[in-house]
Every structure is written in structure tokens, then in C-alpha cells.
Design a protein. Structure first.
Length: 257
């Protein structure tokens, strides 16, 4: 399948590590110019150097999505580096696992909501006009199965991801006339640094009912698998998909629902 991403300019938040990093790498192999925005300057700079040496057009900019000023700075870099923007992936995330609502501090709640939902809001607010000016494109907001069915102890995370799903639907309605599609990607468990903390706390992924075996259901995805789904949603191959939550969860909802 031709994803038709060659020559496209795409910004990925959370782009230095995990799903974001894998997405940046895959989009570059498809011929896109990619700006990775994230907090990990060491990993991000190394990623930029690695992909540039391989002949790809990749930039990294240190960005905290809680800061409107830093978000505006990332958009400014995208304009200066690429001249425009055709796609946005909101992948930056925070998580406080294992706490019921009464045990969450204001600071813990605010961090999760401000990174996950607030970051998506700020980045979309800044990027959507630029995507419109560039002739349209697509936005992929990373949600979670916990937007639909959840487990104990993640009220802040579930609330933020449910809101991202609703926000994505609203943005699709508001920006369809500008030639911009907006979708949420509803993910199951992915083998990232964030997930590893939860696996370790439970004594292993198996104790959470998850497996790394390819033939198992539900199973844990590798970030590169998710990157391909994100690229599909950014591409013209998904032109009829808009305003929805696409589930890519390794069968997790089949057991949760």
C-alpha cells in the first residue's frame, strides 16, 4: 500500500522515545519530513543525528506541551524547517498508575490532564491553522482503550484519554471544511518505558493478563507496529476515516468489554 507520505511535513509530540520515536522513524522511511518534539533532549538529539545521517529530513526540538510558548516554538521550527505542516501526531503522555481518585493529589491529577489533554489542545490550537494554510492534512491524537473500558487505579489517565476521544470528534467536525481529518487512535498495551513501570509493579505483564506472544490475545504491541497504524491515519489511504476512534489494541477490548 502506498501511504503517499513522501514530501509531507509532520510534527510528532513525544517524539524522542517510545511510540513517538518509532513513528518519527517510520514516517521518515516513507519520505516525510518530520519534526520530533519532546522532553528528552539527549534521546531526541541522537534521533535527529541518526536519521539525518541516514539521509532523512528530521529535526528535534525540546518541547514541553504544557507550555503554550514552547508549543508555539515547535510550530515556528516546523515553519522554518519545512515551510508548512501537513500532519500532527499528539503522542506526549503522562500517567499515575495504581491510585484511586481519593489518593491522587492535585499535582498528580493536574500533570496527567495537562500533558495528555492540555498538550493535545495546545498543539492542535497552534498547528491546525498551519495545516490549513498548507492545503489540509490529518491529525492523529493518541487515546487509549481506557477511554472505553478500564481497570482499577487510573482515573486521571482514563479521564484524559476519554476527553481526547471526544475532542478529536469535535475537531473533525470543526475542521472538515478546511480539508483536515482528525482521528483518535485507541491503543491497547504497548511495550514502552511507561508501560514497563506498570509491568514491573505487577510482577510482569502476564499478571495483567497480557502477553508478548504473537498468537496471544490480548498481547503487547511493539512501538513500530503502532507507528504503521499512525502513518496509515495520516495518509490518503485512510481518506474516508474521520472523526472517530480507531482501535488498535491487540484484542484487549475483546476481553475488557
Amino acid at each position: 500500500m502506498d501511504l503517499d507520505l513522501a514530501g509531507k511535513h509532520i510534527l510528532v509530540t513525544g517524539g524522542a522515545t517510545g511510540i513517538g520515536r518509532a513513528t518519527v522513524e517510520f514516517l521518515c522511511t516513507q519520505g516525510a519530513s518530520v519534526l520530533a518534539a519532546g522532553l528528552d533532549a539527549i534521546e531526541g538529539s541522537a534521533l535527529e543525528a541518526e536519521l539525518t545521517q541516514a539521509g532523512h529530513n528530521c529535526r528535534f526540538v525540546e518541547t514541553d506541551v504544557r507550555s503554550a510558548e514552547q508549543v508555539a516554538g515547535a510550530i515556528r521550527v516546523s515553519r522554518e524547517s519545512f515551510g508548512g505542516l501537513h500532519g500532527l501526531v499528539n503522542g506526549a503522555a503522562a500517567h499515575n498508575p495504581g491510585k484511586r481518585l481519593e489518593d491522587l493529589s492535585d499535582a498528580e491529577w493536574d500533570l496527567t490532564i495537562d500533558v495528555n489533554l492540555g498538550g493535545t489542545f495546545r498543539m492542535c490550537r497552534a498547528a491546525l491553522p498551519v495545516i490549513r494554510e498548507s492545503g489540509g492534512g490529518a491529525v492523529v491524537n493518541i487515546a487509549s482503550v481506557h477511554a472505553l473500558a478500564t481497570v482499577p487505579g487510573i482515573s486521571d489517565y482514563a479521564a484524559s484519554k476519554g476527553a481526547i476521544l471526544s475532542l478529536s470528534r469535535q475537531l473533525a467536525i470543526d475542521y472538515a471544511g478546511d480539508g483536515i481529518r482528525v482521528n483518535a487512535l485507541i491503543l491497547g498495551s504497548v511495550n514502552t518505558r511507561m508501560s514497563q513501570f506498570a509491568f514491573e509493579a505487577a510482577g510482569g505483564a502476564e499478571n495483567l493478563g497480557l502477553s508478548f506472544e504473537a498468537a496471544s490475545l490480548p498481547r503487547v504491541a511493539q512501538p513500530a507496529e503502532v507507528a504503521r497504524v499512525i502513518a496509515f491515519l495520516l495518509s490518503s489511504a485512510s481518506s474516508y476515516i474521520n472523526g472517530t476512534g480507531l482501535v488498535a489494541d491487540g484484542g484487549l477490548l475483546a476481553k475488557l468489554l
